[in-house]
Design a protein. Structure first.
Length: 195
């Protein structure tokens, strides 16, 4: 029997989850896929949270799966026209429902292109992060010209850039969701944002 579809709730970050989010963010497998892979100390994290609370151009959600915090989903206004949101995410827990990464993709598209005035959802992925690039391809993001090249571990990499336009999501959503495993499509109906 397939596992029952979980509820996915995205709730704005509060000071209550701050310590947990720092633990997640400092995990080596999460840090390696960030632009800045340095370990973050508590005072830096607090300063970041204070700035976040006073910045209307950014929002940061904690991903609760069946009321258990498992990861984050964040957005920031991107300096481009038309109005564009850039997004990022990660799952901080190991034992999560299979398909949780797919749910993050769906939630990002739903939030940016259905619940806000954004015309475009923009994403950057480091070129060695193959699993996320594969997800963006599955969801039919438009690949843009690569961003800057950078060196890491004495190897040259690039920043892969993607976008998804509002009308593109309106046209593709039903078809894309129908191609996903049935339990993921069912779970997509159980996504909610505490706004």
């Amino acid at each position: 029997m397939a596992p029952r579809s979980p509820t996915s709730r995205f709730s704005p970050l509060t000071s209550n989850e701050l310590e947990l989010v720092l633990q997640w963010r400092n995990q080596p497998h999460i840090r390696q896929n960030m632009h800045n892979q340095d370990e973050i100390i508590w005072s830096q994290h607090n300063k970041w949270f204070d700035a976040l609370e006073n910045d209307d151009s950014r929002c940061f959600f904690v991903f609760y799966q069946n009321d258990r915090p498992i990861g984050v989903l964040n957005f920031s206004e991107h300096q481009s026209t038309p109005y564009t949101l850039e997004w990022g995410c990660y799952i901080g827990e190991d034992d999560v429902w299979p398909g949780s990464g797919l749910l993050l993709e769906i939630a990002a598209l739903q939030y940016a292109l259905e619940l806000t005035d954004a015309a475009v959802l923009y994403a950057e992925v480091l070129s060695f992060n193959k699993s996320v690039i594969k997800l963006h391809t599955l969801f039919q993001y438009t690949a843009l010209e690569d961003g800057r090249a950078f060196m890491r571990n004495e190897e040259k990499h690039s920043v892969k850039r993607f976008e998804y336009k509002r009308e593109q999501w309106q046209n593709n959503k039903t078809k894309i969701l129908s191609r996903l495993p049935k339990q993921v499509s069912a779970a997509a109906n159980l996504i909610q944002f505490d706004l």
